[in-house]
Design a binder for this molecule. Structure first.
Ligand SMILES: C[S@@+](CC[C@H](N)C(=O)[O-])C[C@H]1O[C@@H](n2cnc3c(N)ncnc32)[C@H](O)[C@@H]1O
Length: 311
């Protein structure tokens, strides 16, 4: 049984690969201590949101900060001393949670990613970004960061050559000229799941698999254990399965747990992550280039399409 409820303390082994269909404040009481290499924390932001019947109301900033402190109290005991926690938020929520994060953790960076979706505002700038706070439990250098696993493959705009005419820091191939670049804290290569993408569900705030894949690859060793206390449609679990990591997630909405379970089954058939191929992350809208380099993706996609029709 993949979807469970907890009513007694459990070991890491007992919850590995499981979706816990429960309120996080209840479930956290039974979770083991210090089992997680990484926590991906994507709680409701401070705004009105209807999670298919479970309505989250926006609140004043002190009240939200209090709620956020309660979340950290509940989930941080699960994190290893050398563990990492990423926290998702929008720019407004970021203002409330930043002081709490600074209080409790070592804040190492704030990633801002371009969220190419949403309505334009009439008397304001369109809100087109979200944040992911990068924090560790330890204040020392005792944490994992796999830089090479999260490099971005970019088309070379200025193809400089050395005195012998060889490419400087870029690769020349039949399919074009590319450079592997160091990942920065502004991400413009993320696509929000839209209706025609296999990863898309009806969840109102589903995160893209590519976004979570970067967090998991950067901050866990192969086989590492990832904990998502607000699993939603199951993105973190699916990504972990595709990338060879263990995971456990908690989600209060039973319908979302079912969607997550379906996605986990489909991940066996199609382990691809859109925008991540051949061990590198690609720029947005580069699918044609990726196909040139990785013809295997075509057969995988065709197989996934057949299996999807079974549902
Ligand atoms: C921002 S969404 C997470 C979306 C997720 N990252 C994804 O990719 O689908 C927050 C989720 O937390 C769930 N949630 C809210 N309060 C909760 C609680 N107290 N315990 C467990 N789940 C909760 C909501 O139902 C919602 O699915």
């Amino acid at each position: 049984m993949r979807v469970v409820k907890l009513d007694a303390p459990v070991s890491g082994g007992e919850i590995e690969g499981k979706i816990i269909n429960q309120d996080i404040f209840e479930a956290a009481r039974f979770l083991p201590k210090s089992f997680a290499d990484l926590i991906v924390l994507d709680p409701p932001y401070n705004l009105l949101k209807n999670f298919h019947g479970h309505v989250f109301e926006g609140r004043d900033k002190d009240e939200y900060a209090r709620y956020f402190r309660m979340i950290l109290d509940a989930v941080l005991p699960a994190l290893k001393a050398c563990g990492t926690i990423y926290v998702c938020s929008d720019w407004k929520t970021s203002m409330h949670i930043a002081p709490v994060l600074e209080d409790r953790l070592c804040v190492r960076n704030r990633i801002t990613w371009e969220r190419e979706k949403g309505r334009g505002a009439k008397a304001n700038w369109k809100n087109n970004t979200e944040d992911v706070w990068f924090c560790t439990k330890s204040k020392s250098d005792d944490y994992v960061f796999n830089l090479d696993a999260v490099k971005l493959k970019r088309k070379v705009i200025a193809p400089y050559r050395d005195t012998e005419g060889k490419p400087k820091d870029w690769d020349e191939s039949e399919d074009g000229n590319y450079r592997l670049t160091h990942p920065s804290n502004i991400w413009t290569d993320i696509t929000i799941p839209f209706w025609s993408m296999p990863e898309n569900t009806d969840h109102p705030t589903q995160k893209p698999e590519k976004l979570i894949a970067k967090l998991v690859l950067a901050s866990t060793p192969p086989g590492g254990f990832v904990f998502d206390p607000f699993l939603g449609s199951g993105t973190t679990g699916v990504v972990c399965k595709k990338l060879g990591r263990r995971f456990v997630g908690v989600e209060q909405n039973t319908e979302y747990c079912c969607w997550a379970m379906k996605r986990l089954i489909l991940a066996d058939v199609d382990p691809s992550i859109q925008g991540y191929a051949d061990g590198v992350f690609w720029e947005r809208n580069s699918l044609a280039d990726q196909k040139n380099e990785s013809p295997r993706k075509d057969s995988l996609a065709a197989q996934a399409q057949t299996d999807l029709s079974l549902f």
